[in-house]
Design a protein around this ligand. Structure first.
Ligand code: SAM
Length: 359
């Protein structure tokens, strides 16, 4: 059943993707793309000369104004409303994908420069003993009848994959024959769109419906089996009280030495400041006009979530970007957080070696 209609809002403005009109580029171009954080605005008079500026410094007044704006709209909606948005969260996302299909989010081509773990692994071959010490699996003795991708040597899972804007660029760019990509979303409409994409290849990829906040639900892969987990603008869609257990559950799926990669909304991003009164669910957590929800993180909050799950920091950065609409002479201050956290090697001992186990 479709989720009930909610007050019409400018959901495209609130659900602002990072780059709404990013041009598509080839895989080779994607790999050559410079990392974020390389173009700086030193002369404010030049602001309209480029589409975006990196690492923009916020003045104390700007930060204060943002805090004030958030404060003005911090009256939470009644508990019954909150519960309904939580219980029917996947239906609102189903409706979102029924309307937008695969036209809303753009392919995430910055993936390979920011997260080289997703690109082909060009490491020189090492012997099995060294692989073991590095927490890598020795060539798998499993067969794909045990679980999809069991015989793969490098396994990536994307949670909250939507219609595949991360998964398909990975499959296209990463030609490692040992690669297997899992992807899930709690919107069955989104997963159907992934599976019906002509680029979906079940011999390299397995898409499934899964609610990451339901920690009693099984993943179709054993614990300690994944090299990489990717969370792109999905953790922010969960109820804040469900985030820790969801991350704990995901951490169990990682091999020792495996990494969790995240990019998501940061505190005082323009999308947060645009919310009007009557949209706040709890501190820094909002519901959009279309019933989908979003949280705006600080770096410390994410650090606490990941380290409490037994993961160690490799990267935790904030990306403050000034996006410019040159035609309309508009400036938009975006704030995103990007994290890379690794499962500690001593979890190898805690889990009794590299045997892949099912619950
Ligand atoms: C903002 S979209 C991002 C989609 C995709 N990661 C991308 O970057 O294009 C958030 C996605 O997370 C999914 N999602 C939200 N809550 C979820 C949950 N509890 N479990 C699994 N997926 C969820 C939504 O259905 C939606 O596809």
């Amino acid at each position: 059943m479709a989720a009930p209609a909610v007050a019409a809002g400018d959901s495209s403005a609130e659900n602002m993707p990072e780059a709404a009109a990013e041009p598509t580029e080839s895989s080779a171009e994607a790999q050559k793309r410079p990392q974020f954080g390389t173009r700086f605005l030193t002369d404010p008079r030049q602001v309209f000369q480029h589409n975006a500026w990196d690492n923009v410094e916020w003045s104390a007044e700007q930060e204060e104004a943002a805090q004030k704006k958030v404060q003005e709209n911090s009256q939470p909606l009644p508990a019954e409303k909150q519960e309904e948005f939580d219980n029917r969260a996947n239906e609102y996302w189903n409706d979102f994908y029924t309307i937008h299909e695969n036209r809303f989010f753009k392919d995430r081509h910055w993936l390979f420069t920011e997260f080289p773990e997703l690109a082909p692994q060009r490491k020189p071959p090492r012997d099995a003993e060294e692989n073991l010490l590095n927490g890598e699996e020795v060539p798998s003795t499993h067969t794909d009848t045990e679980f999809p991708g069991a015989s793969a040597s490098y396994r990536i899972l994307e949670v909250g994959c939507g219609v595949g804007n991360t998964v398909f660029p990975i499959l296209k760019t990463n030609n490692d024959p040992g690669l297997f990509v899992y992807c899930c979303d709690f919107s069955s409409t989104a997963v159907d769109l992934v599976k019906s994409n002509p680029e979906y290849d079940p011999s390299r990829c397995h898409a499934f419906v899964h609610d990451m906040s339901d920690t009693s639900a099984e993943y179709p892969i054993p614990d300690h089996s994944l090299d990489v987990i990717v969370l792109i603008f999905v953790l922010s869609a969960l109820h804040p009280q469900k985030m820790q257990n969801s991350i704990n559950r995901l951490a169990r799926l990682l091999k020792p030495g495996g990494v969790l990669l995240l990019r998501d909304y940061g505190r005082y991003d323009m999308a947060q400041l645009r919310f009007k009164k009557g949209r706040c669910l709890s501190e820094n957590f909002y519901v959009r006009g279309d019933g989908t929800r979003v949280y705006f993180f600080t770096q410390d909050e994410l650090h606490d979530l990941f380290s409490s799950a037994g993961l160690e920091k490799v990267q935790n950065m904030v990306d403050r970007r000034l996006q410019v609409n040159r035609g309309k002479q508009l400036t938009m201050y975006r704030v995103w957080v990007q994290c890379k956290y690794r499962k500690m090697m001593d979890s190898l001992q805690q889990h009794g070696g590299l045997q892949l186990t099912r619950d």
